[in-house]
Design a protein around this ligand. Structure first.
Ligand code: PLP
Length: 654
């Protein structure tokens, strides 16, 4: 029966990928070592050549001093202990690791990061990072191009992106920027700025499209530039005093009684950083409205209904979040449909920004980008896969360029060290509203050079001091592997093909173990994350199925009390909750697994279905050298475990 499920043809060996990583066996150790020694020496020469006339400050004889030797010994001891302890780390590099969103590190990024560390640039400003601040701004433009945002700094509406410690901070930044844009026209009205045409009332000022707010902002700056310095100071202060950032939420909304704290709409599958962000900004978690999904993709019917209700009740909306690659299921929200819903809401007087949380899936956009930056058609992309990309997935990626901002994590599918997230907004002029010292923003002549404007990065970003080494890593990686399908795209292509092979193997396993186990891929994967739901035949209870999957997951999870080598494979687990799934998907999945819907209750172990989750980002899941598929091996392993556990756990006792 196995033959009924054809496996996708194996990925042709791509030698260009061979030099990309240190490798599961450390195959490229000599390459990395050569680079490290070369650039460490280079760094030392740089130190010596700063003022070669300065003699060495540390005496050459001090290396023989007992205190020196004692220090060295202590340092070595601690480093040995660290190195020994780190042997318990999770083996992200191994093709046997298909758990969370982590894998091997791209050599160009790792080497750039390591070579920059001893220079220790601080990207808070150019004074502390004359080289790497520009690299960070360039990396933002590289990501903007990948997403389809305007990326020519000569153009006034060019995008802007910067790095953050991770996707969480990038999402906070999205909230900050959206709020600044939304509230600014209200401040202009309150300050009664003459000379520019302002919206008629607070409601319409609070519901201006981002592009219109940017026009207002530019007009305001131009008007200000025509005044005498004392007048400039007067009007600048007058507007600043009305801004939400100055007054705080309570005071701002008290001053504008027709307005309410705006909602943030996001699918129930959204990452928990959104909840954290609502707390941090003081918007309150109550204002985070989680929308239902269909097949774990945002339900646009529900979105339309919510927006119509908001318009009716005069409830402002700050932002709608669409997730490009959900953290738990890898599913992709219909970004095009979210944009269409916004256009429709506009006719009801409701305006908000659309942010794409592409922390996970952002780099998949390279699959859709030609070298010249244009978009590949669906059939061109599809020629390389069995099922990817569905029409919906292609439409979602094609719509990216029309959104307002996005989060992308170079430390996830960019294969770079932690912490590298990125926030990118479509029109850089909006960033002026985030500047901490606004005097320069409203100054008659801000630096008109795009790069110069962002050299005091600390003015705009949520963090203060930040790693210049991380910026160098992102920039250099993007230069070595440009963000199009011919270069960087080879990597995600291998992972999507691996996910398709994985999906086929899962269906084959379902047939092979049909007498003992129900095996189901609950959603056809949109990308490279595949989940697996299981239930022993004869069992109808959700609690019992959960106990079974937990036991299975115990063999797949990190256990610091056991030698690493005892683990055959690493996987992760997640859960399906009916309130997330919606009634029709819940019923479809329970039926396919032969589970009793009544056993899905309210108890701690009954209210959700535990499933296995696999992130297929390791580039070496198919070993061409030795003709090994770690995916097939994983399923052989799973088949063995499934049979062993099915006999060990008696469904009659569920
Ligand atoms: C990982 C992730 C985040 C958070 O990013 P961090 O880098 O962990 O802070 C946010 N959103 C999505 C969709 C993610 O997958």
């Amino acid at each position: 029966m196995s033959a009924a499920v054809p496996l996708p043809s194996p990925e042709p060996r791509d030698h260009a990928l061979d030099a990309c990583f240190l490798g599961p066996y450390g195959e490229n150790d000599a390459l990395l070592e050569k680079l490290m020694v070369e650039f460490l020496r280079d760094h030392v020469y740089w130190r010596r050549n700063f003022h070669p006339e300065d003699p060495p400050a540390i005496a050459t004889s001090s290396a023989q001093h007992p205190d020196y030797l004692a220090f060295e010994a202590r340092m070595r001891r601690e480093l040995h202990q660290l190195s020994a302890a780190l042997k318990k780390s999770v083996p992200f590099h191994s093709p046997r690791y298909i758990g969370h969103m982590a894998s091997d590190l791209l050599l160009p990024g790792l080497a750039a990061h390591m070579l920059t560390l001893p220079y220790n640039p601080n990207n808070v400003s150019e004074d502390a990072a004359p080289v790497t601040v520009d690299m960070e701004v360039q990396a933002g433009l590289q990501l903007a191009r990948m997403l389809g945002y305007p990326h020519d700094p000569e153009q006034p509406d060019c995008a802007f992106g910067h790095l953050t410690s991770g996707g969480t901070l990038a999402n906070y930044q999205a909230l900050r920027l959206a709020l600044a844009l939304k509230a600014f026209p209200v401040a202009l009205r309150a300050a009664q700025v003459p000379g520019i045409a302002l919206p008629a009332d607070d409601w319409s000022a609070f519901n201006l499209a981002a592009a219109d707010t940017i026009v207002l902002l530019e007009q305001w700056r131009a008007w200000l530039a025509g005044l005498t310095p004392p007048e400039q100071k007067y009007w600048h202060t007058r507007v600043e005093d009305e801004r939400i950032e100055q007054r705080g939420l309570a005071d701002f909304f008290a001053a504008h009684p027709t307005l309410r704290v705006p909602l943030v709409l996001a699918p129930v599958t959204a990452h928990y950083s959104w909840s954290k962000g609502m707390k941090l900004l003081g918007l309150g978690r109550n204002q985070l409205q989680l929308l239902p999904t269909r097949g774990m993709r945002l339900d646009t019917v529900a979105l339309h209904e919510t927006l119509a209700r908001c318009a009716r009740n005069r409830q402002p909306v700050l932002m709608c979040v669409a997730v490009l690659g959900t953290t738990e299921y890898g599913t992709i929200d219909p970004i095009d449909a979210v944009l269409a819903a916004r256009s429709q809401a506009r006719s009801l007087g409701l305006e908000f920004s659309v942010h794409v949380d592409a922390a996970w899936g952002g780099y998949l956009a390279t699959l859709f980008r030609r070298e010249d930056g244009s978009l590949r058609r669906r059939h061109e992309v599809a020629a390389e896969y069995v099922r990817f990309p569905t029409t919906e997935v292609h439409a979602a990626f094609a719509a990216l360029g029309d959104t307002d901002s996005a989060t992308v994590d170079p430390h996830k599918l960019g294969y770079l060290p932690y912490g590298s997230g990125a926030f990118i907004c479509r029109d850089h002029r909006a960033m002026a509203l985030l500047a901490e010292r606004a005097d320069y923003v409203f100054h008659a002549n801000p630096p008109d050079n795009y790069l110069a404007r962002y050299r005091s990065l600390g003015q705009f970003v949520p963090e203060g001091s930040k790693s210049g080494a991380a910026a160098a890593a992102v920039y250099v990686m993007h230069k070595v592997l440009p963000l199009d399908h011919v270069h960087f795209g080879r990597l995600p292509r291998a992972t999507i093909r691996a996910a398709e092979a994985f999906h086929a193997c899962a269906r084959r396993l379902a047939l092979d173990v049909a007498d003992t186990m129900h095996v189901l891929v609950p959603f056809a994967p949109d990308s490279n994350l595949v989940c697996l739901a299981l239930n022993p035949c004869g069992n109808r209870s959700v609690a019992h199925a959960n106990a079974y999957v937990r036991a299975l997951h115990d063999t797949l999870r990190c256990d610091p009390h056991q030698p690493l080598q005892l683990k055959e494979f690493f996987g992760s687990a997640t859960s399906l909750r009916p309130e997330m799934l919606g009634p029709s998907d819940t019923s479809r999945i329970l039926t396919a697994l032969d589970l009793d819907p009544d056993s899905l209750g309210t108890g701690p172990d009954h209210d959700r279905l535990i499933i296995l989750r696999h992130t297929l980002m390791n580039p070496y899941l198919i070993d061409h050298e030795n003709n090994i598929s770690y995916i097939e091996r994983y399923f052989e392993f799973l088949g063995r475990r499934v049979r062993a556990l099915a006999t060990a756990i008696d469904p009659g006792q569920g």
